[in-house]
Design a protein around this ligand. Sequence first.
Ligand code: EPS
Length: 364
Amino acid sequence: MPLGLVTSGESHGPALVAILTGLPAGLTLDKDAIGADLRRRQQGYGRSPRQQLETDIVDVLAGLRHGRTLGTPLTLVVWNRDHKNWLWGMNPWPPEGEPTGKGTKAVTLPRPGHADLAGVLKFGHDDVRNSLERASARHTAVHVAAGAVAKALLAAIGVEVHGRPVEIGGESTDEGMRTATDAARTDRDTLGGIVEVVASGCPPGLGSYAEKSDRLDARLAAALMGIQAVKGVEIGDGFALARVRGSQAHDEIEPGLARRTNRAGGLEAGMSNGEPIVVRAAMKPLPTLMKPLDSVDLETGEAAQALVERSDVQAVEALAVVAEAAVAWELARAACEKFGGDALEDLVAAHRAYLERIAWPRTP
Ligand code: EPS
């Protein structure tokens, strides 16, 4: 069965939900490991005070018994603790009583760079909040929970996935990243950056070359591009390969089938090639600025300043964790396609049989 993932939830609504389908039965999940990834996502030097309100933990509503998957849809929930301040404003039902708390006034000042303007036009909303709530990167919390499940599945076949920030505001040292974040905070501005995800232990042959929908490079690019604020994706040496000759671009093959270099980022012709998979994602600066950009009041049509809402100065460290989860999910999907199995042991046995057939890893 193919792996499937659907998520639901508004940033200040009651909860975020993920339903994972197609997982094999018998996969052991560790609540603490999922919780650790949720906490990693919440940390980071540029995060907003919202993170002090939320301590994300995962609850499971279905598909798990005594810590092992049942082979049925797995339903994960991350509750929004901040919802208690939005009980009227984000009530799923027509609220009773006088408006109190947050989100009681319609937002009519769209932020350039956010979902606000296209969202209200597309859906016919008269309150920008109806678009911004779901568009918020808050919902990446539940994608990270799903990614932690994917990492557990990948661990069963020896695949590990790690994400890290490599650049924030153009700076690549820890100190530079912090200084740039401090300066942007002082200026009431925001920053973007670049993250890198490396997956080791993938056998050659995940993905395929015949169709776009099979190509692992295309799927990883879509998975990363599908994360809020990501504007660019690079695989291996990516854009730099366009500027060198073929003799400098490819990864020559040695006896034992080892590669001298990994410029391709572990992906050739849409398939993993047995080298570490290396992908990067570029994040634009966040569109909620404390010193707002020019916009228009949708109610009056007059020039105005965009909405100012509590937000992060930068969320690049968070993106590293979210990108790791997205890559893990896509690799788990590709692994399930290749090795299948209703029970985890079927998948592990198919993986082992494949490695035996291709005699992988080889020794020179
Ligand atoms: C976000 C704005 C901020 C962030 C939020 C994403 O939320 P708030 O407006 O409630 O302060 O903190 O991120 C999270 C809450 C999270 O858990 O990642 C936005 O506009 O996307």
